[in-house]
Design a protein around this ligand. Sequence first.
Ligand SMILES: [Zn+2]
Length: 395
Amino acid sequence: MRVRFRRGDTLWAYSRIFQVPLPLILDSNALDPVNIAVGQEVEIPGYIVTGYTVKAGDTLWQLARQQGLPVDALLLLNPNVIPDRLAVGSQLNIPLRVTWFIVDTIKPYDSAALQSDLNRLAEVYPFIRRRNIGASVLGKPIPELRIGRGAVTVHMNGSFHANEWITTAILVRFLNHYALSLVNGTPIRGLDMRQFYDVVTLSMVPMVNPDGVDLVIRGLPEQEPWRSRVLEWNGGSTDFSGWKANIRGVDLNDQFPALWDREAARNPKEPGPRDYPGTGPLTEPEAVAMAELTRSGDFARVLAFHTQGEEIYWGFQNLEPPESEVIVNEFARVSGYTPVRTIESYAGYKDWFIQDWRRPGFTIELGRGVNPLPLSQYGEIYERALGILLASLYM
Ligand SMILES: [Zn+2]
């Protein structure tokens, strides 16, 4: 929601009027707080504006009280209204505090759904910083979201694997949950989320593989040669529910320079739905975008969300630091998932992170069943994942 700055206003006053923490207002606006021009638009996060038609007997005071706001809030949104002369039938802007999830993430979550939900979140919570870290083979943006201003950066990502797109829906719900909780001061599982804002920066790439996700959900792309090629690589079938790779048939979680040769030696040698590691590490733009982000991100820990198995992989070649075990035990406690130190797997994102940074990296396998996991599991998966998502901030 935007208000127009009046003579004598301050962002601190807005914080008081709307009961929104000042740092969230500051981070929602690229403004010098002590030098704001009269008439400048200022974003107030966590509110939307609704229209209201004045009825006989209405007063601004009573309308403000109904929203739990001081009358100045209504004056800010209705600069031309004379308070004691409300005309019956005239239109007022009423600020409405958002106390619900503004995006519905329980749906087939393709790249268009992601973009439209991120637009909605950016509108209501402009303190969420958004940029694109790269683009897919088909030119679709790969967005990164950041919340918080802390020195410790925690990174999480989803949908490295195409048919594991429910991980994106889970992450975007958490983004909404976190923002909602920050604005309103409502705890999540007893945790005051505002304590994290100045301490932790959350970095999230909810959909690493947009082309693959769209292939699984929407079917064949229009673009040649990919339309013909993926059909061939999929054995002529238009059912892509088993597809994990990107649109070039490369498994993006087999693309990282962490014993890549070992992974390549035992995996398919041709493009296909899964496990083909490419002709070398980091040949695919989606993997390159993730590598560049990670090299510049100074991440304290990374969580890569996959499905399925209800397990958490936390080791790689004994290179993981001792705190990895402490953290994974907390993840297991809050989710009921099983920690697994190592499996016969190389060239994964978390493998590479552990190898090159010697910091905690995790592959978290949400849910149980056959990919893509059905949306009927969404509620349970979110509840289990939520414990891990929260613990990643406080551990
Ligand atoms: Zn996976």
